[in-house]
Design a protein around this ligand. Sequence first.
Ligand SMILES: Nc1nc2c(ncn2[C@@H]2O[C@H](COP(=O)(O)OP(=O)(O)OP(=O)(O)O)[C@@H](O)[C@H]2O)c(=O)[nH]1
Ligand SMILES: [Mg+2]
Length: 310
Amino acid sequence: MESDDRKKKSFFSRLKNGLTRTRGNIADRVDELIRYYREIDDEFFDDLEETLIMGDVGVPTSEKIVSSIREKVEKEKIGDPSRIKDLLKDNITSILKRNTQPLTLPHPTVLLVVGVNGVGKTTTIGKLADRYRKEGKKVLVAAADTFRAAAGEQLEIWCQRAQVPIIRHEEGADPAAVIFDAIQSARSRGTDILLCDTAGRLHNKKNLMNELEKMNRVIDREFPEAHKEVLLVLDATTGQNAVSQASLFQEAVGINGIALTKLDGTAKGGVIIAVKSQLDIPVYYVGVGEQTEDLQPFVPEDFTEALFES
Ligand SMILES: Nc1nc2c(ncn2[C@@H]2O[C@H](COP(=O)(O)OP(=O)(O)OP(=O)(O)O)[C@@H](O)[C@H]2O)c(=O)[nH]1
Ligand SMILES: [Mg+2]
């Protein structure tokens, strides 16, 4: 129990550390507002909305949050600006908590990892492989990014580190064929979780989406008994761009959940609020650094707490 507590604490402090710049961009600015205003008036609400927009929460979501706070303030005749912070925290938590089915991994599960180039797909797979193996699962990795030179090697290094097997073809091979082979291998090995890495860039966007659809079809056809999850990796440093990437992939291949990476390097972590509010896709994991432990299951309450705790 005690070690569980300690583990939880270290996860939380990693999350809190990772969110330092985003905290500076949102929570610290809200604190400044609260100190500056004596009473809550229209100008205060305008500034609050502006602060959220600058914090990459996105225009529609910031407007929604502020109008719901305004309603509450008017209804309950709240006059003291210092009360705003709790209202804001509650509001953000309730957005983040919407549609938060946890990721389930029954035997066997295929996790198809998708996203544009450089967002952290391969790294995320490496971290997940390590995590699941340590949890006692039999993991197999499919190197279905056959487009980018060195993609296979990069994944191989992660797999060695995580001590999990990998299925790889030569560069330029058909990615759907890699998936096909990996499925046969997963069956004969009794794999619990098959993690599939995919390319982030092809000759053009349409090609990429067609290829992902093809892989999707191969999984459905060849591994119908498997539980399938399409995990979209988004890079928090891209800010509002992450929202449009999510809609694009949602439309083209359908997404079950999101991993939001690189929160540690950016002040734009507020984008997770925009993603949740505008798309309502579960966020399964957040990445707050380069270590395996830095990829954490997403817990809405912890996230808000880490975002506002000074
Ligand atoms: N700081 C930080 N860096 C990360 C995180 N996740 C991934 N990265 C870094 O992001 C860079 C790109 O990661 P990759 O895993 O290669 O991204 P990818 O999506 O596989 O890229 P392509 O294969 O080119 O499409 C690497 O340098 C990773 O170390 C994170 O949570 N925090
Ligand atoms: Mg990659």
